[in-house]
Unconditional design. Structure first.
Length: 155
């Protein structure tokens, strides 16, 4: 039987691994094969709250749901903890991307520290490109150091 520490380590490792998955998927799938779903996120094509890009929420939620579901059926084995790590990353992504950066819900507007300034600036650089090519900053929670320097200098 796994210990609490081992399970927490699985959740943490999965959460961190998901940043790489998000980067890879954003760069090569969202800005590649499935650009048709992602392009309205860069260039608003129609009014309304939802975007085609929101379908990625469902696509990314499925592995987390499957891991939690199958893991629960087998006495909370490692699949549960992997699914929990995926789900927690998805929740963090939602908080940072949809709520903090894009202000889809008007919360966390005044968060004013170096990390939040850096992540907002990096994402702004990503969105300066409205086409699928020539993008930058495809990650979500990991921010290149140059944006921390810029955030500190603008304070």
């Amino acid at each position: 039987m796994e210990t609490i520490f081992e399970n927490a380590l699985i959740v943490l490792a999965t959460f961190l691994f998901m940043e790489g998955v998000a980067w890879f998927t954003h760069k090569f799938i969202m800005h590649g094969l499935l650009w048709v779903l992602h392009k309205d996120h860069h260039k608003k094509e129609s009014p309304g709250f939802f975007e085609h890009n929101d379908f990625f929420f469902l696509i990314f939620a499925l592995p987390g749901i499957a891991g939690i579901s199958f893991g629960m059926r087998q006495d909370f084995n490692f699949l549960f903890w992997v699914g929990l790590g995926i789900t927690l990353y998805g929740f963090a992504y939602f908080l940072v991307h949809d709520i903090f950066i894009h202000q889809r819900f008007h919360l966390l507007r005044n968060a004013d520290n170096t990390y939040f300034k850096a992540i907002r600036r990096a994402h702004k650089m990503h969105h300066k490109h409205i086409g699928k090519e020539e993008g930058e900053c495809f990650g979500m929670l990991w921010v290149p150091f140059k944006y921390f320097r810029k955030a500190n200098s603008s304070s």
